[in-house]
Design a protein around this ligand. Structure first.
Ligand SMILES: [Zn+2]
Length: 399
């Protein structure tokens, strides 16, 4: 981080003050207990730099020809489970009604970000289609699609909160041209969800793409571990953290989403054996040659289906200088996966903190996610995640 506040930051602060006040005024005030938990969450942050959320999903239903797409199966009554899941996501976004969902999603998200007491830099993620190995699109496998142009446009319209994150399938025939075009527009972060997009990060055919990423200083934010939303046979193997050695060895800076905190995979170093994805992620983190190149984000790590081991381990082992804050928004708004009661049982938060957090969740799930991660403590030592985790900016990582 630079020692002086950047022009970007001062401009954001001014805008956030003007725009944030309006949205704050609309929300009912928090109780003194909840407000004091919020205040504590921000108290030890560096006042000259924004808070950073590296993992926020853009979603759109393709309204008004904006290019976004959701697989019709996800909305169809013929697929009740998928539809139920989609409805949970849609509810979590806080958007009322679907008539102008795409526009309203960005509007509500921006209002939630602007309601932070300090400027929040939201990395807004595009999502490329799934592709066949020959570089042709695979619409049946594509769950949802958010074009790069969509997040670039959103960032231009909400410059005080959104930073665009591109998503480019490396099998695309125009993959490198698209990477260069996005980089020319200032994009420095690229997002993959290999299990859903049918990307094998270890495929040597992508080496030229990786080399160009490194030259352009573009960092890779990629999901690893199991993805619940993916039903395609064999897809979970693509989320094996060890497959990320290929880009890492070619010098690409990699952020592993959720610290690969879900599921198991083949231990490629010991054929025939299996290991948890989190353990495989830690093996990479412990490899001295990936210091300064490999990072993890805290998105989704507090969700009930991922507890307790990854979160407990990260609080016990101090890897804070290689962690980044991420919310996986809109997921913090899905009450089915947010069980604050379980966090009390694990002694990660107190009962009083839980009450305050539940109140914050009602008001603003994005703020809730941040305050929760600032409040969690190691039950034995009392250690919390360091403030630097929450202000670490991915653009500063590539070198
Ligand atoms: Zn995500």
């Amino acid at each position: 981080m630079s020692p002086r506040p950047s022009r970007w930051f001062r401009c954001c602060l001014a805008l956030a003050l003007i725009l944030g006040m309006a949205s704050l005024a609309a929300a009912p005030p928090l109780s003194p207990a909840a407000q004091s938990l919020v205040d504590r969450a921000f108290a030890d942050l560096d006042p000259d730099h924004p808070v950073v959320d590296v993992h926020v999903h853009a979603i759109g239903l393709g309204q008004d020809g904006d290019g976004t797409f959701v697989n019709p199966e996800k909305l169809s009554p013929r697929h009740p489970v998928k539809r139920l899941e989609t409805n949970l996501y849609l509810k979590a976004t806080g958007v009322k009604g679907l008539a102008h969902f795409d526009r309203d999603y960005l509007e509500v998200l921006a209002a939630r970000a602007r309601a932070f007491p300090r400027p929040l830099k939201v990395y807004l993620l595009a999502m490329d289609r799934a592709y066949h190995p020959d570089g042709t699109p695979d619409p049946a496998r594509t769950e949802f699609h958010v074009p790069n142009a969509y997040v670039l446009d959103a960032a231009a319209r909400y410059p005080d909160v959104f930073v665009p994150v591109a998503s480019i399938h490396p099998a695309r025939k125009d993959a490198i041209q698209e990477l260069e075009a996005c980089a020319a527009k200032g994009v420095r972060l690229l997002k993959w969800l290999p299990n859903a997009q049918a990307i094998d990060p270890a495929d040597p055919r992508y080496d030229a793409f990786y080399r160009r990423m490194k030259e352009l200083g573009v960092v890779l934010l990629t999901h690893a571990g199991e993805e619940k939303a993916v039903a395609v046979k064999g897809a979970q193997a693509l989320g094996n953290p060890l497959r990320l050695r290929r880009p890492l060895d070619l010098g690409v800076t990699v952020i592993v989403a959720h610290c690969a905190s879900l599921g198991r995979n083949e231990d490629l170093d010991h054929p025939g054996k299996a290991a948890s994805n989190f353990e495989l992620f830690l093996r990479l983190m412990d490899d001295p040659k990936y210091r300064g190149r490999l990072y993890g984000d805290l998105s989704a790590i507090t969700q009930v289906n991922r507890l307790p081991r990854p979160l407990m381990t990260l609080l016990a082992r101090d890897l804070d200088d290689r962690l980044l804050n991420g919310s996986d928004y809109p997921l913090p708004g899905v009450d089915l996966v947010i069980w604050t009661r379980r966090l009390v049982a694990l002694k990660l938060i107190t009962r009083a903190e839980r009450r305050a957090l539940n109140e914050i969740w009602q008001a603003n799930p994005l703020l809730f996610d941040f305050v929760l991660k600032r409040t969690l403590r190691n039950p034995r030592t009392g250690r919390r995640f360091a403030p630097g985790v929450f202000q670490r900016d991915p653009v500063a990582l590539s070198g």
